[in-house]
Design a protein around this ligand. Structure first.
Ligand code: KIV
Ligand code: ZN
Length: 520
């Protein structure tokens, strides 16, 4: 058992999380999220997969240069070209790390068509090469939980001898179970020579809903690094959620006596930012960060809460950075009050951005008597970005029982205003058709979803739109008291993101062409 109870938090929101279809982030957004991760005390940030595209390379190198505390890591398949490119991207970090991996289970060995000995040789060569470049090397046997135990011990030993300083055990397809997750770590610690000289990490996916439990079980057995993402973002059912494992170790310190360096009061803010920039809204009843995680609707619960909050609460909202009050703002609230309120909600906003927000806040307060915290959050997290090629200027719709429903729209496209009118099956359909007339694209609508941000008929609507074009997926979001305006903005936002996605996967670099699933 390792002597230390300090568990390192390795965040892979920007790599495994961003790889999730539709979770595109722009360059600026990635830098912003990395900054928030660094501030909240994440030990290692996996910033991307540098060989995958120019965009990934640039993001990893800039994050590497900018982080003040965290180790910055890049992913590389088991070949020299990937590893060299990864090193080029991370080398300027205060603390760089190369993370190289290969699939070791029978199914994954069959892809590069390597037998057990050939794969062992490849692991030795590539880890040695990485270690010659960087003093901090992490190695992962992908699909470890479906790899034969003897072979897993053999390849882990080879990687340690070749210089790996962290060995990560991925449950790539979310197949394992807590007892098994613990047994694997215990087996490696007992059987592999040199296992006591390195750190074991656990990397779980949530296909069976056990990612958090599996990660914690691995820690109890001796793993001292958890790989996770904010909101559990990630392909399919996602990865272990950072907020869940961190809060579990904090709240149940009596049975999980482990320490992390995370400032938990920063959790809500980063959760909201990741939800907004990734376009993946957090489900209302999601543990820790869901809208309802601290809401007590039933009379019995409310009564108990008023008498003693601990009757129905195992942690305080403030512990995760949720403001204890929901003070209402209105049209008479000034700039300073807005700024203070935003700070309380975890948004440090000043200068031009505050001026712009104040104008939008006043507009909203004119339309809506009471502006709640969630309204402000929706306002701040509007997705319009400096890089957007298309912007909504004006929209007028005709709707009601007498058709045809019509939309007249003005968009700014690459700095030039253009207008179009379209009819459709309802105002939203007409609006989307008018946008498409002005900016034809191949994106197929996969999802259109509307939620009310607060209660009341004047509540803002948050709209999510997901588009798919040749395997690329992009999600846009927007909020407005007018549902059709929110829909138009969300649609435009999704198109802007699709354009970023297109750039990211330039010819020869298709998103599916260079994937971490390839053997390399
Ligand atoms: O799930 C997985 O196996 C991975 C590896 C690349 C570590 O993400
Ligand atoms: Zn993964």
């Amino acid at each position: 058992m390792p002597a230390t109870n300090r568990v390192r938090i390795f965040d892979t929101t920007l790599r495994d999380g961003e790889q999730s279809p539709g979770a595109t982030m722009t360059h600026e957004e990635k830098l912003e999220i990395a900054g928030l991760l660094d501030e909240m005390g994440v030990d290692i940030i996996e910033a991307g997969f540098p060989i995958a595209s120019e965009g990934d390379f640039r993001a990893v190198s800039e994050i590497a240069k900018a982080m003040r505390n965290a180790t910055v890591c890049g992913l590389a398949r088991a070949n020299f070209k990937d590893i060299d490119r990864c090193w080029e991207a991370v080398r300027h970090a205060r603390s760089p790390r190369i993370h190289t991996f290969i699939g070791t289970s029978p199914l994954h060995r069959a892809i590069p068509n390597l037998d057990m000995d050939q794969m062992a040789e490849r692991i030795h060569e590539t880890v040695t090469h990485a270690r010659n470049l960087c003093g901090d090397v992490q190695w992962s046997p992908m699909d470890a939980t479906r790899t034969e135990p003897d072979y897993l011990c053999r390849v882990v030993e080879i990687a340690i001898r070749a210089g790996a300083t962290t060995i990560n055990i991925p449950d790539t397809v979310g197949y394992t179970y807590p007892r098994e997750s613990a047994d694997i770590i215990r087996m490696l610690l007992e059987r592999v020579p040199g296992a006591d000289t390195i750190t074991f990490a656990t990397h779980c996916h949530n296909d069976l809903g056990m990612a958090t439990a599996n990660a914690l079980a691995a820690v109890e057995a001796g793993a001292r690094q958890i790989e996770c993402t904010i909101n559990g973002l990630g392909e399919r059912a996602g990865n272990t959620a950072l907020e869940e494992v961190v809060m579990a170790m904090k709240v149940r310190h009596d049975i999980l006596p482990f320490e992390t360096g995370i400032d938990t009061t920063k959790i809500m803010n980063i959760s909201r930012r990741v939800a907004t920039v990734s376009g993946f809204p957090v489900q209302f009843n999601k543990a820790i960060v869901g809208k309802n995680a601290f809401a007590h609707e039933s009379g019995i619960h409310q009564d108990g809460m008023l008498k003693n909050a601990r009757t129905f609460e195992i942690m305080r909202p403030e512990d995760v950075g949720l403001a204890a009050t929901n003070l209402v703002m209105g049209k008479h609230s000034g700039r300073a009050a807005l700024r203070a309120k935003l700070r309380e909600l975890g948004f440090e906003i000043g200068g031009n951005q505050l001026d712009d927000l104040f104008v939008r806040f006043k507009e909203l307060a004119d339309r809506k008597k009471e502006v709640f915290d969630d309204d402000l959050i929706a306002l701040v997290t509007q997705n319009e970005g400096a890089e957007d090629r298309i912007r909504l200027r004006r929209l007028r719709v005709v709707c009601g029982t007498e058709g045809p429903q019509t939309a007249e729209i003005a968009l700014e496209i690459d700095g030039e205003e253009r207008q179009a009118t379209a009819t459709g099956d309802g105002p939203v359909d007409a609006t989307f058709k008018a946008v498409r007339a002005l900016f034809p694209h191949g994106g197929r609508l996969q999802l259109y979803q509307v939620h009310a941000v607060t209660e009341g008929t004047d509540a803002q609507a948050t709209v999510s739109v997901r588009l798919e074009e040749e395997g690329r997926i992009a999600t846009g979001q927007a909020a407005d008291t007018d549902t059709v305006v929110a829909s138009a903005r969300a649609y435009v936002n999704a198109i802007n993101r699709l354009l970023v996605r297109r750039q990211k996967s330039a010819p020869g670099e298709d998103v599916k062409g260079v994937s971490y699933r390839d053997a390399g």
